[in-house]
Design a protein around this ligand. Structure first.
Ligand code: PLP
Length: 373
């Protein structure tokens, strides 16, 4: 067999304004080039503590159970759902976007029954519909997507949703993949039992270690399951040995990804979480104003606008795929198209973390204008 002749790695330099990943801050890239230590090294154990403290700050929670799950956002998502939903229990999921469908699939694989609360793609959940679904189905777990990356919709009235669920003794799981670190999120104040996220969106960190937080009530449920979680790798009762007080081996943590997450979260703390939400609103607001001034229309109503993910309707006569390809080929600029019900109908333009900068917005608006002209 011939020896493969593969050249040195030279990835193109892109501007990442799609639905994630976003541009990684140079400090995060530098952190990833620092020497590896062992996953049980006392120096690493200290970094684990620091990462957990920083994560609590970003999630606005005092939850002791706040950890980076090894894997992408789907891993923290499956850790949340696969541990909380027990066989035979019912989970209520939303139909208003792509990721509610993924929640449903994970709940089924955990042995749960799935019931749905309906809202069209491009709209948030209506608390009255959630109330009705609770009265009808009495679910054990309720999942919703705080920032729906497929539609550019921010779910408002979260405290109303959590109080409906708690009045029915149910547990609330919030998908915060596209909101953590970019859009107002108050895990404790809003009484969210479990929230998960990914690092590659508003935290501007490469994928690989994904934030998860559970309050004591949710963790008590997980620790008193009759049957172990179906995934050994994501079983939180086992992960407790590593991320809890004991710090005993469960699996080899993705050390470099934890370095990266720690540095990305340090940047959040330096900026201040509220200031960071405000920057996303301001910079994405300029992006929104720019595309609207070009005559384009946002897909979500202003009340539900999601600064981190701007869903812009594809104008009549334009082919979404060709525009996206042209932006990448001619400008090294990444945006994305719609998924599911919105395939071919919208552009998805991210404005997340280190990508949420005024120079990126000017670049995006002029490149998109040129390409559509
Ligand atoms: N949930 C939402 C809202 C997302 O946007 C994504 C990814 O885009 C995920 C879950 C899954 O995350 P990952 O692709 O990192 O596994």
């Amino acid at each position: 067999m011939n020896r493969p002749d593969v050249g040195e790695l030279r990835p193109p330099v892109r501007t990442l304004m799609g639905p994630g990943p976003s541009d990684v801050h140079p400090r995060v890239l530098r952190a990833m080039a620092t020497p590896l230590v062992g996953h049980l090294d006392p120096a690493f154990v200290e970094m684990m503590d620091e990462t957990q403290e920083l994560l609590r700050y970003a999630f606005r929670t005092d939850n002791q159970w706040t950890i980076p799950v090894s894997g992408t956002g789907s891993a923290s998502m499956e850790a949340a759902i696969g541990n909380l939903v027990e066989p035979g229990e019912t989970m209520l999921v939303p139909t208003n976007g792509y990721f509610g469908g993924r929640m449903a699939e994970m709940a089924r694989r955990a042995g749960g029954e799935v019931v749905e609360v309906d809202a069209p793609w491009g709209e948030p959940l209506d608390p009255a519909a959630v109330q009705e679904a609770f009265d009808e189905h009495q679910p054990d777990v309720f999942g919703f997507v705080h920032a729906e990356t497929s539609t550019g919709v921010r779910q408002p009235s979260v405290p109303e949703l959590t109080s409906i669920a708690h009045d029915h003794d149910a547990y609330v799981v919030a998908d915060c993949v596209t909101s953590l670190g970019g859009v107002e999120l108050e895990v404790d104040e809003w009484d969210v039992d479990v929230a998960y996220s990914g690092p590659q969106k508003c935290l501007s960190c490469p994928p690989g270690a994904s934030p998860l937080t559970l309050n004591d009530r949710a963790m008590d449920k997980v620790l008193s399951r009759e049957e172990p979680a179906r995934s050994w790798y994501l079983d939180l009762s086992l992960l407790e040995g590593y991320w809890g007080d004991e710090r005993a081996y469960h699996h080899t943590a993705p050390i470099t990804n934890v370095y990266a997450l720690r540095e990305a979260l340090r940047l959040v703390a330096e900026e201040g979480i509220e200031e960071r939400w405000e920057r996303h609103r301001r910079v994405a607001g300029a992006l929104k104003a720019g595309v609207e001034a070009m005559g384009l229309e946002m897909n979500a109503a202003d009340e539900y606008w999601l600064p981190s993910l701007n869903a812009v309707r594809v104008p009549a006569g334009a082919a979404a795929g060709a525009v996206i390809d042209d932006l990448l080929a001619s400008y090294d600029l990444e945006i994305a198209g719609g998924l599911g019900d919105l395939a071919g109908e919208i552009f998805r333009i991210g404005c997340m973390g280190h990508s949420a900068r005024p120079d990126n917005v000017s670049f995006l608006v002029s490149a998109l204008g040129e390409t559509l002209a």
